[in-house]
Design a protein around this ligand. Structure first.
Ligand SMILES: NC(=O)c1ccc[n+]([C@@H]2O[C@H](COP(=O)([O-])OP(=O)(O)OC[C@H]3O[C@@H](n4cnc5c(N)ncnc54)[C@H](O)[C@@H]3O)[C@@H](O)[C@H]2O)c1
Length: 318
């Protein structure tokens, strides 16, 4: 009995593999699901990618709730969403997602003011952009709290309603930094690996509970010109425009894709790490400008970050 089950499982693996390859040739737009009249909650919706996604959801008829610590950014997003589609509801809440009590309280307010959340986009993020020894301890904790730990609170706040209906979608905006480590990004990469691990484990839990109607998507973008990574250098792969990335993310969400890497070449990163000898991967990292990418990083505060503890250009990797 067990061996016939295993045989069916292998057939299904093969079926999903072939199906995945065939779907590659079908335009995604033909497979888009409707989000009309759904409620989408976007964290970090006061700027960048969060704002671009809010506008796109509204254009598709979804009601939008945005959370952020940046009040004026939220107000701007609300105006832009209203301009994009005056027929949808839009509300903003100042909410520091590192405070779990505030997350639960604000989520309850959203439910009272608007409705239960149908789509949650965990998008808020921060970056320090310094070598490990230069990052103050509390900044490391904050990076984890915003980029990863907050996902536990936001998901716990909205998942019960999704489970009750067996319908919903959890989206995690991670990063290509959740697939590979990089200089001056120890805390950022580790927090993004954590976000990827959280989302992947949650997906297995949903499958195990047969909650097939609750979807999840993890997004791994390369550098984007939003200002978060201001000053970074991108010698080989050009930095991405926020509108392009937002379109790719929307296409992924609307087709219930589990993984969205932007650009597509970033899908190969994990494979390369597995098939290449480690030293060859280091060389590839060097050739792609990995060591230089964060050298002139200034980030959102516009200040050049000195690296006091580690001499950056002292490597002798053979
Ligand atoms: N910009 C890039 O190059 C890049 C690349 C890959 C992934 N990402 C990820 O995409 C997401 C969006 O980034 P972005 O480029 O739009 O940056 P952004 O700085 O424009 O947006 C991040 C938002 O998160 C908000 N935020 C920060 N801490 C918060 C907190 N404690 N509570 C609530 N909100 C908080 C900020 O105020 C800001 O509005 C982030 O998770 C980021 O890590 C960005």
């Amino acid at each position: 009995m067990k061996s016939s089950n295993n045989f069916i499982a292998f057939l299904l693996i093969f079926y999903y593999w072939i199906r995945g390859m065939l779907l590659f040739f079908v335009p995604k737009s033909l497979r888009f699901k409707s989000v009309k009249d759904r409620l989408v909650l976007i964290t970090g919706g006061g700027s960048g990618l969060g704002r671009a996604l809010a506008i796109r959801f509204a254009k598709r008829g979804a009601h939008v709730v945005v959370w952020d610590v940046n009040k004026s950014g939220l107000e701007e997003t609300v105006e832009l969403v209203k301009g994009a589609n005056p027929d949808v509801k839009v509300k903003s809440y100042v909410c520091d997602i590192t405070d779990r009590h505030l997350v639960y309280e604000t989520a309850a307010k959203v439910k009272r003011d608007v409705s239960a959340v149908d789509i949650l986009v965990n998008n808020a993020g921060v970056v320090n952009g310094k070598n490990l020894m230069d990052i103050p301890d509390e900044k490391i904790v904050q990076t984890f709290q915003v980029n990863a730990i907050s996902h536990f609170w936001t998901v716990k706040a909205v998942l019960p309603d999704m489970m009750a209906r067996d319908s919903g979608h959890i989206v995690s905006i991670a990063s290509v930094a959740g697939s590979t480590g990089s200089c001056q990004l120890t805390d950022y990469c580790a927090s993004k690996f954590a976000a990827v691990g959280f989302e992947e484990s949650l997906r297995f839990e949903l499958l195990n509970a047969n909650l097939l109607g609750v979807k999840s998507t993890v997004v791994l973008p390369y550098f984007i010109n939003t200002g978060m990574f201001a000053g970074f250098k991108s010698p080989i792969l050009p930095a991405l425009e926020p509108d392009y990335v937002a379109d790719q993310i929307m296409a992924g969400i609307l087709t219930d894709a589990e993984h969205v890497a932007v650009p597509r070449i970033c899908y190969t990163l994990n494979t390369l790490k597995t098939i290449l000898p480690t030293k060859a991967f280091y060389k590839l990292y060097e050739v792609l400008g990995g060591y230089e990418v964060m050298e002139d990083f200034v980030g959102r505060d516009g200040a050049k970050h000195n690296n006091n503890y580690i001499n950056n250009n002292n490597r002798k990797v053979k």
